[in-house]
Design a protein. Structure first.
Length: 218
């Protein structure tokens, strides 16, 4: 608003005070409020006139700038100069990419486990048995661990741990458990092929560094 507009408001306040007829207490109160408003307005105009020609201690931003900050295009600023998301990405791109890959791997493993649980539950319901009974039936014919397999695993561990190698009976149990787990995974994969499984989880975008090779020696 221009100064002339402020002066116009003051004149209106003054005219209202002179022409008003205080016929009751309400009108008198209104005139008092107008008078106080006119006084504060004159004080504000004096301050405004005194500050004309001086740069304000803050920076006025355009609507486009304010909108970009609100929308997250400028995560930070220093004296009005924006720090962009691209600058942050260049600084932490490589380690952030590795972290995103690890998070994706964890999510994918959890997703695969949940899918396996669901297809097993559906198959158990179809057969009228529990999931545990279903798995036991499918792994009942898993071949037992042979003495040769135990000896190979024992020698490998002894070469790494020396005298602290795992006892052979414990190695037998470990190898047998691994065989059963492998058979269960194969069974789950088979059930998945019979179901309509949709994976909507997307892997992260690989981090790429833009190299400027123009003028570089070869």
């Amino acid at each position: 608003m221009r100064l002339s507009s402020f002066d116009h408001l003051i004149r209106r306040a003054r005219i209202g005070k002179r022409s008003g007829v205080e016929s009751n207490g309400t009108e008198a109160t209104d005139h008092d409020a107008e008078a106080r408003f006119a006084t504060r307005l004159r004080f504000f105009i004096c301050q405004l006139r005194a500050g004309i020609g001086h740069r304000p201690p803050f920076r006025l931003h355009s609507p486009a700038h304010d909108r970009s900050v609100r929308e997250g295009h400028a995560p930070g600023e220093v004296d009005g100069e924006a720090i962009t998301s691209d600058e942050i990405a260049k600084l932490i791109g490589a380690p952030l990419s590795k972290l995103e890959e690890r998070i994706y791997t964890l999510k994918r493993r959890a997703l695969d486990a949940l899918i396996g649980d669901k297809v097993l539950a559906k198959e158990a319901l179809k057969r009228g048995v529990s999931v545990q009974a279903l798995l036991e039936a499918e792994t009942r014919n898993v071949e037992a661990v042979t003495g040769q397999e135990i000896e190979v695993a024992y020698r490998q561990q002894k070469g790494l741990k020396g005298d602290e190698a795992t006892p052979k009976d414990q190695i037998r149990q470990q190898l047998q458990a691994m065989k059963i787990a492998a058979r269960q995974r194969a069974f789950v994969d088979q059930l998945r092929t019979r179901s309509v499984v949709v994976i909507n989880l997307k892997p992260p975008t690989p981090f790429r560094i833009d190299l400027k090779i123009e003028g570089a020696p070869f």
